[in-house]
Design a protein around this ligand. Structure first.
Ligand SMILES: NC(=O)C1=CN([C@@H]2O[C@H](COP(=O)(O)OP(=O)(O)OC[C@H]3O[C@@H](n4cnc5c(N)ncnc54)[C@H](O)[C@@H]3O)[C@@H](O)[C@H]2O)C=CC1
Length: 281
C-alpha cells in the first residue's frame, strides 16, 4: 500500500510515516517545503504523479493563538489546503483521512462529546478545522475524519517538553486546572490510523489515549514520572488569558472505535511513561 502523509515535519505525520514503514508500506511523507498544500496546482500535480492508495492528511496551521490574528493564512492552510487534497484524492481514487480536533466542540458541560454531537467551535482554529471537515464530507462520500486532542510526539514542540524545560529552572509552576481532556501520544495514534486506513470503515471518529485529566493533573504526572520536584499550582482559565478561547470540556467519547472493532489507545499515564523513555528522560 502506498500512503501519502502530509505534516511529516510535524509531530503526528512523522510517527505515521514511521509506523507505516515498520509495517512495510510505501510511505511518502512531506512537509510544507516539499509541498505547500495551499498551492492547488502543485497539490494536483503531485497526487496525479504519485498515485497513492491513501492520503493521511496531518498537516495544518496549528498555532491556535496566532490564528486569531492570521485568519487568512489559517483558513488557507486548514480549509483550502484540505479541499485541494480531497479533490486530488477523489480524482485519483485514493482513500482519504483528515485529522481534526477536539476544538470543533464548544466545550460546555462535563460529559464526553460523541462523534454525532453538534460542533460549535469557540476559536478560529477550531472553526477552520470544522470547515475543513465539512469540505471533506461534501467532496467525498466516504472518508475518515479523526478528531484528536492534546498531542505529544517525539518530533516537535508539546506540553510535556515545555514542562520538562520549566523543571530545569523552576520549583513551581502555574497550570490551568479547569480545562479537562485527554493527551494523545502520536506513537499510539499512528498505530490506530494505519490500522484504520486499511479498512473501509469510514466515518467520523474520536481517538485519544484513554482517561481524562486537566492540564494541571497532566503536569503533575509528568513531574512525578520524570522524577522532578516541581510544585504545580492549579489555576483558573481566567488567570491565564490567551488570544484564543479554549474549550473547558475537551472530553471525547471513543465508543465508536470499539463499536467498529478498533483497539483503543492505552491509558494516557502509560503512554506518558513510554514517551519519557523515548525522550530519554
Ligand atoms: N497539536 C495538537 O495538540 C493537536 C493537533 N491536532 C491536529 O493534528 C494534526 C497534527 O498536528 P501536529 O503534528 O501537532 O502539527 P505540527 O504543528 O507539529 O505540524 C504541522 C505540520 O503541518 C505542515 N504544514 C503547515 N502549513 C503547511 C502548508 N501550507 N503546506 C504543507 N504543509 C504545511 C508543517 O510543515 C508540519 O509538518 C493537525 O491536523 C492538527 O490540526 C488536533 C488536536 C490537537
Amino acid at each position: 500500500m502506498k500512503i501519502f502523509v502530509t505534516g511529516y515535519t510535524g509531530q503526528l505525520g512523522y510517527d505515521v510515516v514511521k509506523e507505516g514503514q515498520r509495517r512495510g508500506f510505501d510511505m511518502i511523507g512531506v512537509g510544507q517545503k516539499e509541498l505547500d498544500i495551499t498551492k492547488e496546482k502543485d497539490v494536483d500535480a503531485y497526487i496525479t504523479e504519485l498515485k497513492p492508495d491513501a492520503i493521511i492528511h496531518c498537516a495544518a496551521y496549528t498555532a491556535v493563538d496566532q490564528a486569531e490574528e492570521q485568519k487568512e493564512t489559517c483558513w488557507d492552510v486548514n480549509v483550502n489546503g484540505t479541499r485541494y487534497l480531497v479533490k486530488a484524492a477523489k480524482a485519483s481514487g485514493a482513500k482519504f483521512m483528515f485529522i481534526s480536533t477536539d476544538y470543533v466542540f464548544k466545550g460546555n458541560g462535563t460529559e464526553p462529546f460523541l462523534e454525532s454531537d453538534e460542533a460549535d467551535p469557540v476559536n478560529y482554529y477550531g472553526y477552520t478545522k470544522y470547515e475543513a471537515e465539512k469540505a471533506v464530507s461534501s467532496i467525498l462520500d466516504e472518508a475518515f475524519i479523526v478528531r484528536i486532542s492534546w498531542v505529544f510526539g517525539i518530533n516537535g514542540k508539546n506540553f510535556i517538553k515545555t514542562m520538562l524545560r520549566i523543571a530545569e529552572s523552576h520549583d513551581q509552576v502555574n497550570v490551568v486546572g479547569d480545562q479537562v481532556g485527554s493527551p494523545t501520544y502520536t506513537f499510539d495514534l499512528a498505530r490506530l490510523l494505519v490500522d484504520m486506513i486499511q479498512t473501509e470503515k469510514y466515518g467520523v471518529y474520536h481517538a485519544t489515549n484513554e482517561g481524562f485529566c486537566s492540564w494541571a493533573e497532566f503536569a503533575k504526572e509528568i513531574f512525578k514520572q520524570a522524577g522532578k520536584k516541581v510544585k504545580v499550582n492549579a489555576i483558573k482559565t481566567e488567570e491565564y488569558p490567551t488570544k484564543a478561547v479554549r474549550p473547558k470540556n475537551s472530553r471525547m467519547s471513543k465508543q465508536k472505535l470499539r463499536d467498529n472493532g478498533f483497539d483503543p489507545l492505552r491509558p494516557w499515564k502509560k503512554a506518558l511513561a513510554h514517551y519519557l523513555k523515548e525522550l530519554g528522560v
